[in-house]
Every structure is written in C-alpha cells, then in structure tokens.
Design a protein around this ligand. Structure first.
Ligand code: MLT
Length: 214
C-alpha cells in the first residue's frame, strides 16, 4: 500500500466529518489546481471527505487532466491513458485513506475526464456530477454503469461546449445503465449559484442512498 505522500498525483485530502456521505473526487478545469475546488466541494458536499488531485498535463503552463489538440478537439489516446491513470490514483487513494468509491465532482476539463473514467473504468466512481461536460470519446467502449447516478449541468449559452454535445453524453451514459439527471441552465461556461444549488441537492440525496457506496 502506498502512503499518502507516495500517491501518483499531487493532491489534497480533507477527511470527512459525516461518515454517511460518499467522498468527493474534485476535478478542476483547465488552469486549476489541487486547491481550486476545495471551497466548492465544501459548499456542495458539507461534511464529505474531499480528494482533490491536480491534473498532470500542462497546456501553456496550465494544468489539465488530458491533452487537447485545440479547443474542443481532444487527443483521445491521451484521454484514455489519463483516465486509466486517474482511476489508478483513485484506487491508491482509497487504500491510503480508507475510503469507499468517491463521487466525482468535475468542472469543464475535470468533468470531461470524469466522464471518460466512467466509460473506461466504471468501478472507480460511485457516480459523478459533471458541470459543463462534453463527450470525451467519440467511440467509447461499452461500460456497465448500471444504477450509477450522474448529474450533468450544462449551459445553454456555453461557447466552449457545442449545444447538442451534453445530450449525446447523457444518452451514452444512460444507454450504459447510469441514472442520469441532465439540467440545462440559461448560462455560459462559468459556474453559477444555480449549479451549486443543483449539485448540492443532488449530492445530498446520494448521502442517504446506500447505493452511492457501491
Ligand atoms: C476540455 O478541453 O476539456 C474542454 O474544452 C473544456 C476546457 O476548456 O477545459
């Protein structure tokens, strides 16, 4: 077993104060880091353990979770490699910190890698809240997501995510068995208070649902 200092991603870990709540895997957007989403995690999932890695790919000095060729055009080989790498980190961290499978809370690039982890390594996550996500893989393998809760919150005026893309992601995940809630807000790529309220209510429900521990 690796100790907390030996884990394969630079990360922060904040232990939870409410054992009934699933831990949250915080995945930042382009240019974020391991500190970025801790306050958001505290607002959305008060009392939950927070595990927050920093993406290893640098784009002009800005951390990300996978390489892209241009905005919205992903290097899918790298998406696959990095999704496995992140899933391996989650397994190490679960052992080191004695955690059940976490629910991912990802924003933008962090939401996209979370969607890829769901499709490639479904056992790594108990569910995922994907804020401003798009489809990370054009041709994903068939994953078994039976019963996994997924929240997708997209922005109707998002200049980065093509309008129909989140619907496609929702359908793909649903076809794999996930229980998908997809909400579209009248907003752009940035997060709003409504995102926080929706994600908090959705994650709050999971806390009382033993299926979230799967
Ligand atoms: C991505 O590259 O994952 C998306 O374009 C979102 C972002 O700008 O990070």
């Amino acid at each position: 077993m690796k100790t907390a200092n030996e884990l394969s991603f630079i990360h922060r870990f904040q232990p939870g104060s409410e054992p009934g709540r699933p831990p949250i895997l915080l995945l930042h957007g382009t240019g974020g880091n391991e500190d970025d989403l801790l306050p958001l995690g505290g607002m959305i999932a008060p009392g939950a353990a927070l595990l927050s890695p920093c993406g290893k790919v640098l784009e002009g000095g800005m951390p990300r979770f996978f390489r892209r060729l241009s905005e919205g055009v992903f290097d899918e080989d790298d998406v696959r490699r990095r999704a496995h790498e992140l899933a391996d980190f989650v397994a190490e961290a679960r052992e080191a910190y004695d955690l059940p499978a976490p629910v991912a809370l990802g924003f933008s690039n962090g939401a996209n890698i979370a969607a890829a982890v769901l499709q490639l390594r479904p056992e790594a996550l108990a569910g995922a809240a994907l804020l401003r996500a798009m489809t990370p893989l054009r041709d994903p393998p068939s994953a078994d997501l039976a019963g996994k809760p997924v929240l997708i919150v997209s922005g109707a005026m998002d200049p980065i995510v093509p309008a129909d893309d989140p619907n496609r992601l929702a359908h793909l995940l649903e076809a794999a068995g996930a229980i998908v809630t997809h909400r579209v807000l009248p907003t752009g790529h940035g997060l709003s208070q409504t995102d926080v309220d929706l994600a908090r209510a959705w994650i709050g429900q999971l806390a009382s649902d033993p299926a979230a521990e799967r």
